[in-house]
Design a protein around this ligand. Sequence first.
Ligand code: AMP
Length: 130
Amino acid sequence: MASIFSKIIAGEIPCHRVYEDDKHLAFLDINPLAMGHVLCVPKMEVDYMYDLTEDALADLWKFTKPVAKAIDKSMDCLRVGSAVIGLEVPHVHIHLIPLQSVEDINFSRPKLNPSKEDLADIAQRIRDHI
Ligand code: AMP
């Protein structure tokens, strides 16, 4: 069965897109740890990051760079943190999280549940800086 991220990539499930190329998609995490939390995903469905080919792994990290820079410019943060977890969704993704403190990247903390309007506004702010 296709992962929820493959369904987002196929347009079957909505998301708040921030950036895209032919092989990758970046969109807002629906339950962010901090506002501006973005997921960068390869369009090809692979469960585990370290099963990607060397080229696909390098391409994914290259794709994250302009997205992270745009988060830096559009959100009030000290820097953007990067994390790979993958215990919930079996489709490779890199979390990019604007950080004010290390607590903002603590995955055992309760997540936020922002409105669609707030997510749409944040996605636009990030898109405006790419
Ligand atoms: P993990 O697999 O543990 O790295 O976490 C998966 C992340 O995907 C979580 O932070 C979820 O909030 C996020 N997530 C799950 N479903 C969606 C969705 N439909 N749209 C955006 N983010 C999602």
